[in-house]
Design a protein around this ligand. Sequence first.
Ligand code: 5RP
Length: 272
Amino acid sequence: MDFGIKNRLSRIFSPKTGRTVMLAVDHGYFQGPTTGLRDMENIIPLIPHADCLFVTRGTLRNSIDPRTDTAFCLRVSGGPSILGELSNEDITTSMEEALRLNASGVGMSIFVGAKNEDRTISNLGRLINEAQRYGMPVLAITAVGKEMGRDARYIGLACRIAAEMGAQFVKTYYCDDFHKVAEGCPVPIVIAGGKKLPEMEALQMTENAIKAGASGVDMGRNIFQSDSPAGMIKAVRAIVHRGTSAAEAFDMYQKSRKAPVAEVADARMEKV
Ligand code: 5RP
């Protein structure tokens, strides 16, 4: 792997722990004003707690302070809305734009087993070919169609294909026997949170994923739709970077619910 790719990856994955807490806030690219992201101001206090934001160029331009020292990985795929055929995605943001915005990585979805799986996988290959020329890491997101099962066999298949195409890291969903997915995937895996769960369940899923071999999270709704988004991201961070148990992390979250809003919003924590 060349210097540029390694250097950018070290902004996403903490060199101290080899893990990452990515905050996914890209949902609007296909589902419009998502609960918790209607006003992007809500995510500003969370940014210092994330190693990396997963974000569209629109949100960067409209809502993010360019002086931020949190890295970001740019979503570069899109096309269909939630009303259309989701697997019909293409690459929508150029590599030139990713470089101009100073992205630490670019990410796109592949739809294994869905209508347009072949086109999305070859698009991933094309994106990686281009990204290689500029030292840009690529995150492949294994989107799960409504009709697809979320078992280790399917998720393992999708992750391995992404790695074989050359993605430097993969985002997928947690499932039972996740260790089988991790064992079959030669690049780091981060898990999405999926639909909002009760906080303790989301934290337990995070602990289970890390123990089964995940290198972190790229989590959205289970953080920004929580009644204490700052408390949740701090709790997730403790599990990912410090090996805190889900039960202890849940206590942290509960304490932050009781803390005055300003104290939570102003809190900045060390990056590990
Ligand atoms: C959609 C995405 C989202 O970023 C991803 O789903 C993560 O968010 P959440 O934790 O809310 O599932 O990539 O394709």
